[in-house]
Design a binder for this molecule. Structure first.
Ligand SMILES: [Fe+2]
Ligand SMILES: [Fe+2]
Length: 208
């Protein structure tokens, strides 16, 4: 990728509404803050945060064209949920338009709406930066910020729970990856799903 950050910011300023542009800058800054806390590449994090919503204001038609040429696996729920398309479209767009090949950046953008099971720390940073950036405003924001700065896995578990609850309240589909991510973070927290998984062999649960 041979464009400077300033060039990319000008590109976004031209192609996004003012509020979306400012949101992108805020998320990029938040990404740097989290990258510094968790020892990730701050420059790369700024770039991923800056570009995460690059396709959010593109028509669904154009987003659709991008995602059907995607290198990513997309399931039926994502295809049925247009608001999720911009994440996949964004990753394809920066690959094709800006020659980005770094899979961490591409995946962080691709999964910034749904999350997925087994996320990298870098992906978590972009996901949470989007959720806690300075332009956000919701009830548990301060709690989420505190968690993001102190225990990123717990912040992700909380974020997955929040995302699932709000999808259910709005009666919108639950992406499979979000449920997988939720289970993963809960499992990591030491809840006893592990026991059940280990007890199941050859498709059957063993007797206790
Ligand atoms: Fe987004
Ligand atoms: Fe965003």
């Amino acid at each position: 990728m041979d464009r400077s950050i300033r060039d990319l910011e000008s590109f976004l300023e031209k192609h996004l509404s003012k509020s979306r542009y400012l949101h992108s800058i805020n998320v990029a800054r938040e990404c740097v803050k989290l990258a510094e806390i968790y020892g990730e590449d701050a420059e790369k994090a700024y770039f991923a945060g800056l570009m995460h919503d690059v396709c959010k204001e593109l028509s669904f038609n154009k987003q659709h064209k991008l995602i059907i040429n995607s290198q990513f696996e997309i399931d039926e729920i994502e295809f049925a949920s247009k608001p999720l398309w911009h994440a996949i479209a964004g990753a394809v767009f920066i690959r094709d338009e800006f020659g980005v090949t770094d899979s961490e950046i591409l995946n962080a953008i691709r999964f910034h709406t749904t999350a997925h099971g087994g996320m990298s720390r870098f992906e978590e940073i972009v996901y949470l930066a989007d959720l806690i950036s300075i332009d956000r405003d919701y009830g548990d924001l301060e709690k989420m910020r505190e968690l993001a700065y102190s225990d990123i896995s717990e912040a992700m578990r909380e974020a997955m729970a929040y995302s699932i609850l709000s999808s259910v309240k709005k009666s919108v589909y639950l992406p499979r990856q979000t449920v997988e991510a939720y289970n993963n973070y809960l499992y990591a927290k030491g809840n006893n799903i592990e026991v059940k998984i280990k007890e199941k062999q050859n498709g059957k649960y063993k007797e206790a």
